[in-house]
Design a protein around this ligand. Structure first.
Ligand SMILES: [Zn+2]
Length: 397
């Protein structure tokens, strides 16, 4: 049996999907996606989770530290896929048969339609599907590289596993990167910072690959009918949760706005009061201004008067200066005269001094003369007295 499988594998074309693979699409067509034969048309599809991690470079087992994280993310991808699918058939009941697509866990690898295995030895995660193989040949393999489980964030890891999982269900790459609403098409190699759910094109492709009448070639394309809007199929619960969060966010914003309105109302009240105050102040200032204007006019008049006065005073000053100048000359002349008079005076003083000393001499001489006169007078008196006495004496005698 093993030999047979290997021989078959050689005959089959192994299509390993890689990012950016070259596919030629028709131009000017609607949204298109490449499809492959599905792993099985018997539902539910059996998925085997390989518990051992495989090193593809030497085909030996190893232990990947992120094994559990990858497996948990895969289960989340599976659940999300079914929820999106449920919404798709709900919105497009004409494809309700797609609801038959369901999964169970296979307990035996040889019994599985799809095998999930954590690997190393290849650069990126991939899906290995066997074109031309299909039912009962070999499980389609979903190989997630261990390092991606270690390094990718939750969203990126989810998106990668969703992409590869859809490959193992029979989808190739889509022609366009974005839906009509601008959402990232999960079946293209566009990096997205949000969860990428399968699109209506992906589900329509699956519908065609499981229930359509396709004859598969290496480049079988499915085009989305115009009756289906090309968009991401977000599961109801996710959308409801998103709407709930948005609602919550809006409520929060409304609360904030209410607070802001309160604040604005308060501000408005304050501003109104301020306006009133300013109005009063303004009126007061206008009055003051008027008074100041009058005062200014008054001052201007005074200034004019003062200017006239100043002019008069300047003229008077000029006259006074001329007068002073004249007087200064007079003073000079008087000074000269004074000098002369002082000189004359000095001469007179000298003369006077000379006269005084002469006078003093004369006085002394006069004094001496007086004393002499006095002495002579006394002598004369004495002589007279003696004479009288003599005479008297003689008569008696
Ligand atoms: Zn791919």
């Amino acid at each position: 049996m093993k030999v047979k499988v290997i021989a078959l594998t050689v005959l089959l074309v192994i299509v390993a999907f890689s990012l950016g693979s070259e596919i030629v699409y028709a131009v000017d067509e609607g949204p298109q996606i490449r499809v492959y034969p599905p792993p099985s048309r018997n539902f539910p599809l059996r998925i085997y989770i390989e518990p051992k991690d495989l090193d593809l470079s030497n085909h030996e087992y190893f232990i990947c530290p992120s094994h559990d994280r990858i497996v948990q993310t895969f289960y989340e991808v599976e659940r999300t896929f079914l929820k999106s699918l449920s919404r798709f058939v709900d919105e497009y009941p004409e494809y309700a048969i797609l609801g038959q697509v369901y999964f169970i866990n296979a307990t035996d690898r040889s019994d599985a339609d799809i095998v999930l295995e954590v690997v190393r030895g290849i650069n990126y995660s991939r899906a290995v599907v066997l074109y031309g193989g299909g039912v009962g040949v070999e499980a389609y393999r979903l190989q997630i590289v261990c390092w991606e489980g270690e390094r990718y964030g939750d969203i990126e890891l989810f998106n990668v596993i969703m992409h590869e999982f859809l490959h193992t269900l029979g989808l190739g790459h889509a022609k366009q990167q974005y839906t009509s609403l601008g959402e990232v098409e999960v079946m293209r190699d566009v990096i997205s910072d949000y969860i990428t759910y399968p699109t209506t094109l992906d589900f329509y492709g699956l519908y065609q690959t499981y229930f359509g009448e396709l004859s598969y070639t290496e480049n079988t394309l499915v085009e989305l009918p115009s009756s289906i809007r090309y968009e991401m199929v977000v599961p109801y619960d996710i959308e409801i949760e998103e709407l709930r969060l948005e609602n919550k966010n809006l409520r929060h914003q409304i609360d904030l706005m209410a607070t802001q309105i309160d604040e604005l109302t308060r501000d408005l009240k304050n501003v109104t009061e301020s306006v009133k105050r300013l109005d009063v102040e303004n009126r007061r200032l206008a009055d003051q201004n008027k008074a100041l204007k009058e005062r200014l006019l008054d001052l201007e008049d005074q200034l004019t008067q003062l200017k006239t006065l100043k002019k008069d005073l300047e003229e008077q000053l000029a006259q006074a200066r001329a007068e002073v100048s004249r007087l200064q000359e007079d003073v000079k002349a008087l000074q000269a005269l004074n000098n002369k008079l002082q000189l004359a005076n000095q001469n007179l003083k000298d003369e006077n001094s000379l006269l005084e000393s002469q006078n003093q001499v004369l006085r002394r001489e006069l004094q001496q003369a007086n004393q002499a006169i006095l002495a002579l007078s006394v002598l004369t008196v004495c002589l007279i007295a003696i004479t009288i006495a003599v005479i008297t004496f003689r008569r008696r005698g």
